[in-house]
Ligand binder design. Structure first.
Ligand code: PLP
Length: 364
């Protein structure tokens, strides 16, 4: 869609990246670290001071203490952490349960390791997990379950009840969990982020994966981490060492400073909620309808009152005829299930959001 958007000079709300500047304070910390000469390899698992800050952050938010020495590893973004975690534990013939619609890097990573993705479609236009169905697909080959909350592309979050269902369903098994939490600091209204770290029975079997690129609107920096129990982290690091060895050193130094001020991440939900609200208000009188996103920086928009076209056709017509790019949800769904929904990224300047709304208000 981004390629099509460029070709047709369309406003691009398709891909998930912000079009506003990163905090100059963060940039300043990185450039100071470079000037100070922090430009050589970092330790394989990441610098200790950053692992320590991350450990304290997780403990204060979710009440779980990961030992910085052997339970946290810095990675080149969440994508590398996801690939590494999957490679560390999934072997030929292992089954991995994924909930659809799903972010696109899970399935290829499973398949390249000889694993078998077991795909479960979330139900309805508000994408609820059917836990009965989940339990029915667990077999003695199930190795891993991948969850993602807050969820891309739907903007939904898993509730406490969902996490309890997951915990109960896995009780008495050796099944592991990969919890993709890259949008942990973008949660709205009365919702909360239910990290796998928060639930002792899940934490002991989970890789929790986070992205600083997403959190601090610097997706091009590719910096993240994985937290998990020592036994899992030991396996993770065997792959990490020969995959990337270590990740960007000056950025790690900068993050130690930057994370010391909690508001830098605690204030993000309100920043993105304002953007979501601005976008929703601006399209309030259009023929598009929405269930407000509970988290992430994506809003799903239903266009069924406008046309019967399928979502891929409608999304491409939006680009070509109206100059507005979004993502059709069916591409993330099982069997391309089409609820006539598009995903818009609202991590954009107010000006961009108003321009998008102006276009959407014209469509009948
Ligand atoms: C759900 C989800 N997980 C992981 C990633 C990748 O994060 P990173 O850019 O840190 O590799 C993304 C990026 O869009 C995402 O939406």
């Amino acid at each position: 869609m981004s390629k099509m958007a460029r070709k047709h000079k369309a406003l691009n709300l398709s891909q998930g990246f912000p079009n506003f500047a990163a905090d100059p304070v963060l940039i300043q910390h990185v450039s100071e670290a470079m000037k100070k000469g922090v430009n050589q390899y970092a330790p394989m698992e990441g610098i200790f001071s950053l692992r320590e800050v991350i450990s304290e952050k997780i403990a204060s938010l979710y009440g779980k203490v990961y030992h910085p020495d052997h339970e946290i590893t810095l990675t080149a973004g969440a994508t590398q952490a996801i690939y590494t975690a999957i490679t560390a534990v999934v072997h030929t013939g292992d089954e991995v349960i994924i909930f659809k619609p799903a972010y696109d890097c899970y399935e290829p990573a499973i398949k390249i390791n000889g694993g078998i993705p077991v795909l479960l479609q979330m139900k309805g236009k508000d994408f609820q997990i059917d836990w009965e169905e989940f339990r029915s697909v667990i077999t003695n080959k199930t190795k891993l379950v991948i969850i993602n909350t807050p969820h891309n592309p739907t903007g939904m979050v898993l509730s406490q009840a969902d996490m309890q269902q997951l915990g109960t369903s896995l009780k008495g098994t050796d099944i592991l969990v990969l919890s993709d939490e890259v949008y942990e600091h973008m949660v709205f209204d009365s919702h909360s982020h239910e990290s796998a770290s928060k639930y002792p029975d899940l934490a002991e079997r989970s890789f929790a994966i986070v992205s600083f690129g997403k959190t601090f609107h610097v997706t091009g920096w590719k910096m993240g981490y994985c937290a998990g129990p020592a036994s899992l982290m030991k396996e993770f690091r065997k792959i990490h060492e020969f995959n990337v060895y270590s990740v960007n050193h000056p950025i790690q130094n900068a993050l130690v400073e930057y994370l010391s001020i909690k508001e830098h991440y605690l204030d993000l939900s309100s920043l993105f909620q304002k953007k979501r609200d601005l976008f929703l208000q601006a399209i309030e009188n259009s023929k598009f309808t929405c269930i407000p996103a509970q988290g992430t920086y994506f809003q799903i928009v239903d266009y069924s009152e406008i046309t019967e076209e399928n979502d891929v056709d409608f999304a491409s017509r939006l680009v070509k005829e109206y100059g507005l790019a979004s993502i059709p949800i069916s591409v993330f769904n099982l069997d391309k299930l089409d609820h006539q929904q598009l995903r818009f990224c609202f991590a954009k300047t107010d000006e961009t959001l108003y321009k998008a709304a102006e276009i959407m208000n014209r469509i009948h």
